[in-house]
Design a protein around this ligand. Structure first.
Ligand SMILES: Cc1cc2c(cc1C)N(C[C@H](O)[C@H](O)[C@H](O)COP(=O)(O)O)c1[nH]c(=O)[nH]c(=O)c1N2
Length: 238
């Protein structure tokens, strides 16, 4: 396909097979806590995943992300300890049977995953005025989350599992990674090859929460109004 900077390239739909692959990555992606294999991830693969993340959309092309690779066992052990402290506080928010169920859940795979990765957001990148960010300062954080999702989907296609761990005190992340004040740790991710994945979210399989039906979440024009023609809400080619 021909392209030049600033030029246009043909952009029709993918072939049926290519589309199926994209939707397969989306629907079979899982958050992984227990299935990590110990094999190290080849450097070329890690670079492909970072490339996928780096191709995410970002407000004003701000690209506020950095990628901090954490492979050292001692660093993982420190973050595992930080998780345990934060998780004890999180568990205390629940009571009775709900707490017992919470305590039975595995909510991280920090030391098992061969690679941990923190994706950060530099809130000052691009200077004080960034196109698209004037009215909503948090669009830099949203952009960073787009990078996380790109990486997560690319990882699924590569046979790599990803687990997002957010049960940390931010101060522990900052201290471990030596983050400057203007840099926010958006996502702590555990990565490793997987041979198996849960067919549905693990939290659903364990009876913690359920995937909602899509239709009641779709409104038309104003909050709460069901679409007039619900069967036409699907995209082209559906
Ligand atoms: C921002 C954010 C933060 C977290 C998560 C996700 C996201 C998006 N998830 C994973 C979450 O539980 C999972 O995505 C849902 O349960 C849906 O499952 P699948 O991702 O479809 O497998 C997650 N899981 C976990 O075990 N410990 C955690 O700390 C977190 N934190």
């Amino acid at each position: 396909m021909q392209s030049k900077p600033g030029g246009l390239a043909a952009a029709g739909p993918f072939s049926a097979e290519e589309r199926a692959a994209v939707y397969r990555a989306i629907t079979t992606r899982r958050d992984v806590r227990s299935q990590f294999l110990p094999d190290p991830l080849p450097e070329a693969l890690v670079q492909r995943l970072l490339m996928a993340a780096h191709h995410a959309p970002s407000v004003g092309l701000m690209q506020p992300w950095n990628f901090i690779l954490v492979r050292e066992a001692a660093a993982k052990a420190r973050m595992r300890a930080a998780f345990e402290r934060a998780n004890a506080a999180a568990s205390a928010r629940f009571a009775g049977a709900r707490r017992a169920l919470y305590d039975s859940l595995k909510l991280q795979g920090i030391t098992e995953a061969p690679l941990n990765l923190c994706i950060t957001c530099d809130r000052t990148r691009g200077g004080p005025v960034v196109l698209g960010r004037t009215q909503n300062r948090d669009t830099d954080l949203y952009s960073t989350v787009c990078a996380v999702q790109n990486l997560w989907l690319a990882a699924r296609a590569e046979g790599v599992g990803v687990g997002w761990v957010s049960i940390f005190e931010e101060a522990d992340l900052r201290a471990e990674l030596g983050l400057p004040e203007e840099v926010v740790p958006v996502a702590w991710l555990c990565l490793g090859y997987v041979a198996e994945l849960h067919e549905s979210p693990e939290l659903e399989a364990r009876g913690w929460a359920k995937r909602r039906a899509l239709a009641p979440l779709v409104f038309e024009g104003t909050w709460g109004r069901a679409p007039a023609r619900p069967d036409e809400t699907a995209g082209p080619g559906e």
